[in-house]
Each structure stands twice: as structure tokens, then as C-alpha cells.
Design a binder for this molecule. Structure first.
Ligand code: FCA
Length: 328
């Protein structure tokens, strides 16, 4: 049966000695579960992880986890396929303890990407390795990009309202909009002119629904700026501003991500109120988390507790260059 009968017992012995920390490299299977499988950001992360797997010789199973039930089924599914662990961007960070209980039952290793698990007290689950954006700093970049553009257009801060699309249940989202707010206030934005639109989710349609009433109730402002946790949400705000009759000249929206949603907007013939986005490499997020998990599974080396990534402002003028630079 074995072509190397003499070596076989030795190999077996080595495997036993290294188990359960390490894994023979050729049978590694890792899940990559995302909360919004249709969004370009997450498609790109999964693509990058899959490509890394092809290079290194492990399999990546791409799964959707849009709510708690779907995440738990995805984990069951991974277990039945013999996966050793998964990377996850959870649909709700408070599911952390439940997800970890299920993963631990199966002896799976878990790494989070983008949205970090919180425990019952709402504190980050430090024991689960995480890679995500440096939310506050990236938010500050958003605020400064808006302030720069307001100055370039010569807007009087008295006449400008901010549509702040918020998602305070997601800590990274709060950090991002807080960072943007602080930067704007430091640059002379009027605090009373900041109007909140709490969204239910992190996508365009929930932002659109949250934004529409804010425009219709506040008709006195000449100009608007729009910010949120990501560009999908800013785009929802921009679409609502258009529906309300505002034009690109009156709106400065700046998002976060730098994914296909922004590229499509920058590719339109005419500029819209979507002025720019702070681009972060989703390719790097997908690749690095998959690599960290793979190293953990194969070499027993647990990844760093928390890695924070940075961003670059992308506008209609430079988006292709930034896209290429970030490997998007
Ligand atoms: C959150 C957002 C995504 C992306 C990611 C890094 O998950 O919902 O759009 O910004 O963080």
C-alpha cells in the first residue's frame, strides 16, 4: 500500500508527536465567513484568501454568515468538511461568545477580520486574534478630506450641515465616525450642524432609509457633507441627497473602504456628491488573516492579538493609481 513501507511508521510517529498543534500541510481546509457576501469589500477579501490558499496549497471554503443562525450552520458545515478553523467578519460582534463556543466544541481556530468580537460586557475579546482598520485614524482622514474640500469650495461653515450616518452597535463604526467628527470640529465645523442618521445595518439601502428623513426635515442648509463607517453607506446618503434634489456641487461625501462600489461611482461620466473614500487594502485583510490562521494551524503559532491597518484617500482624480498601489 504505502510506497515507502519503512518510512511509514516513522511518519506516523512524527504526526502523532506534533498533533494536535500542527497539521500536515496538504490537508488544510479553512473557512472564510463574511457578513455581507454580496459587497465588493468582502468578495475581494475572500478572493485574496482563496488565491493565497492556491499558492500555499490549502483550501479556502467561502461562506456567508448574514445572521447568527447562518454563522452557526456555516461552522457546522465547515466541521463536517474537516476544516481546522475559519476567518470571520461576524454579522453582529456580540455573537462572539456564541461563535467561539461552537468553534471550540469542534476544536477549530478562529481569527476575526474587520469587526472584532465583544464579550458580554461589550469589551473586545482579546483572546481571539483580530485584524481590522485603525478606525479612529481612518475616520480622522475622512473628516480632514471633507474639511479640505469644503475649503477648496469656499463654503461658509454656518451654511453646511453634516449627515452623520451612524452605527453605534459596531465599535469600529463608532470609532470611524467619531474620528471624522473630531477632525471636522477641529477644522471649524459647527457642532450644531451635525445631524445623525442611525442605520440598522452597514449597507447602502439602510443608509438611504436613515438619510432620507434627515434631508427632508432640514431644508435650510445650503450645503451638505456626508460620512459613515463605509462607502456603501455614504453612497446611500448621496443617493438620498439626489432624491431630495441636491446636486454634486452641494454635497461632499467621503467614505471608507476603496472597493468596487467606489470604483463604479468614480467611473461615472459626471461627478456625483461622492467626493472620495479612504481606501484600505481588502486584499491585504483577506490575505493576511488567512495566512495568520494557516500558520497557526500548521505551525502552532497564534497570531497577534490585534493588528490595525491604515488607509489612503482616493478621489476621482487618483483612484486608479491608489487601487493599483493597494493591490485591489
Ligand atoms: C466593516 C464594514 C465594512 C468594511 C470593514 C473593514 O465590516 O461594514 O464595509 O469597512 O468593516
Amino acid at each position: 500500500m504505502s510506497r515507502f513501507p519503512v518510512l511509514a511508521p516513522l511518519t506516523f510517529g512524527v504526526c502523532l508527536a506534533l498533533s494536535p498543534l500542527t497539521q500536515a500541510q496538504d490537508d488544510v481546509k479553512l473557512g472564510f465567513i463574511v457578513k455581507k457576501p454580496e459587497q465588493a469589500w468582502f468578495i475581494n477579501e475572500q478572493d485574496a484568501a482563496t488565491r493565497l490558499g492556491e499558492e500555499k496549497g490549502f483550501e479556502v471554503v467561502r461562506l456567508a454568515g448574514e445572521d447568527g443562525q447562518e454563522v452557526l450552520s456555516a461552522i457546522d458545515n465547515l466541521n463536517s468538511q474537516g476544516a481546522q478553523g475559519f476567518v470571520i467578519c461576524p454579522p453582529d460582534v456580540r455573537l462572539g461568545p456564541t461563535i467561539m463556543r461552537r468553534a471550540e466544541q469542534y476544536g477549530m481556530k478562529v481569527v476575526t477580520v474587520d469587526d472584532r468580537f465583544v464579550n458580554a460586557e461589550g469589551e473586545p475579546m482579546e483572546s481571539v486574534p483580530h485584524l481590522g482598520m485603525s478606525g479612529y485614524k481612518i475616520g480622522e482622514q475622512v473628516g480632514n478630506a471633507i474639511a479640505d474640500e469644503m475649503e477648496a469650495r469656499g463654503w461658509d461653515p454656518e451654511e453646511v450641515a453634516a449627515l452623520r450616518i451612524t452605527n453605534y452597535e459596531l465599535p469600529t463604526a463608532k470609532k470611524r465616525t467619531d474620528g471624522a467628527t473630531e477632525a471636522l470640529l477641529e477644522r471649524g465645523f459647527q457642532e450644531d450642524n451635525i445631524l445623525d442618521a442611525p442605520q440598522q445595518n452597514t449597507d447602502t439601502s439602510s443608509a438611504f432609509s436613515a438619510a432620507s428623513p434627515v434631508f427632508s426635515k432640514n431644508g435650510d442648509y445650503e450645503h451638505w457633507v456626508i460620512y459613515a463607517l463605509n462607502e456603501e453607506s455614504v453612497l446611500g446618503g448621496v443617493r438620498a441627497s439626489e432624491q431630495y434634489g441636491l446636486t454634486a456641487d452641494d454635497v461632499i461625501g467621503v467614505g471608507i473602504n476603496g472597493s468596487g462600489a467606489a470604483f463604479a461611482e468614480f467611473s461615472r461620466e459626471k461627478p456625483t456628491g461622492f467626493h472620495g473614500t479612504v481606501a484600505v487594502s481588502s486584499t491585504m485583510h483577506g490575505r493576511e488573516t488567512a495566512e495568520n490562521l494557516y500558520t497557526w494551524v500548521t505551525e502552532g503559532e497564534k497570531p497577534k492579538a490585534n493588528t490595525e491597518t491604515t488607509g489612503t484617500l482616493m478621489t476621482r482624480d487618483n483612484w486608479e493609481a491608489v487601487r493599483d498601489e493597494l493591490g485591489l
